[in-house]
Each structure stands twice: as C-alpha cells, then as structure tokens.
Write a protein that binds this ligand. Structure first.
Ligand code: FMN
Length: 188
C-alpha cells in the first residue's frame, strides 16, 4: 500500500475543491491510501506526513505567491527539514487563482523549491497544454497550459460551488492519479 498525503490551504474554498479533485485522482489508483489535510491540520500530524510516500502541496496564489497560511506550514516544516524527514519522498504541487495567469507559476516554483529543500523528488504534470489552438476550448484538460503542476482558475465573483470549472478539476485529478502511479513504481 502506498501512502499519499495532500497538504493544502484554501481561504474561500476554491483551492479546497482542487485539493479534493487531486485526492480523488490519487485514490483512483489501486493500492493507494490518501490523506487530505489542510495546512493547519498538517502541522499537528507530522508523523503521518513522515509515513507518506508522496506529499502533494497546494495553495491559492495570493499576491503572486503561496498564501501566508501555507507559508506558515512551510516554515513550520523546518524541523522536518533539519532531520531530513522527507528525503527522497515524491512531491508535486497545485495552485488556483482568479486571473488566467495571476502569477500562478511563481507559486508552483515556490512549492518545487520547497520540495527540493526537503530533498524531495518533484513530479510534474504530464498533460499536454489545452486551449492553445483554434479548435481548443476552456473545457480542455490543462487549459492553462502548465507542466510543473496543476493550475486552476476561479472567477473572483463565483463561489467554490461553481469555480474552478470541471476541466481544471479533471486536470487536478490527473495530477493526483499521476503521483499515485509514479509512487506505485517507486521505492524510496
Ligand atoms: C490576499 C489575496 C491575494 C490574491 N492575489 C492573487 C494573485 O496574485 N493572482 C490572482 O490571480 N488572484 C489572486 N487572488 C485571488 C485568489 O487567488 C482567488 O480568489 C482564489 O480562487 C482563492 O482561492 P481560495 O478560495 O482557495 O482561497 C488573491 C486573493 C486574495 C484574497
């Protein structure tokens, strides 16, 4: 049995929906156990993160980077960093924001650097970019065209019941599935 942890923050529920889609994707792979923790809960459950084969990090993009709440989790992990507790675990990331770009890439880079500081091995997204040709649409998987992780966009006047849209949730789902598939083949 492979264990995958998802640690996320969400101020208004949109990134939480993305996190749930990542969870569903990971859980769809046979032999995978998934725990979904918000960034406050995660700071009380270091043992479960230590036991995971992979940790997938998710944060909304606030002011062009991870939210302060997620950064608090990152900083709180410095004790784990010191004892190299997550060395050679798999890692991946996702983010959501209201603008199409919104500087989301900076957040994923931040998460990837965070994982690298922990000695983790980053797993990117393997979906080709969508919505980048004349017959494309917002319903394409990976419509925002990222490889480093899963991107989602939520209109700033819409609640989490309707945003992000299905294609972004399916993109997030694929990230979770991919990490679980890689974990199944990987021996730490
Ligand atoms: C403090 C703050 C800063 C934000 N900064 C950005 C930003 O840099 N880029 C962007 O596209 N959206 C930005 N947004 C919009 C959020 O990313 C967007 O509303 C997102 O869906 C919130 O996710 P959540 O519901 O999981 O908190 C910001 C929102 C807040 C509250």
């Amino acid at each position: 049995m492979k264990k995958i942890a998802i640690v996320y923050h969400s101020g208004y529920g949109h990134t939480a929906k993305q996190a749930e889609a990542v969870r569903q994707g990971a859980a769809s792979v046979a032999g995978t156990e998934v725990i979904l923790l918000n960034s406050d809960e995660a700071q009380q459950r270091w043992d479960e993160l230590d036991a995971a084969d992979a940790i997938i990090f998710g944060s909304p993009t606030y002011m062009g980077s991870a939210s302060a709440q997620f950064k608090a989790f990152m900083d709180a992990s410095s004790g784990v960093w010191f004892r190299r507790g997550w060395q050679d675990k798999l890692a991946a990331g996702f983010t959501n924001s209201s603008s199409q770009s919104g500087d989301k890439l900076n957040t994923l880079i931040q998460l990837a650097i965070f994982a690298a500081q922990h000695g983790m091995i980053w797993v990117g997204l393997d979906l080709l970019p969508g919505n980048n040709h004349s017959k494309g649409s917002v319903n394409d998987l990976n419509r925002l065209g990222g490889f480093l992780g899963a991107l989602a966009q939520s209109n700033n006047d819409q609640p989490a019941e309707v945003a992000p849209i299905e294609s972004d949730l399916l993109t997030a789902r694929r990230l979770g599935e991919r990490v679980a598939q890689v974990a199944a083949k990987y021996q730490r």
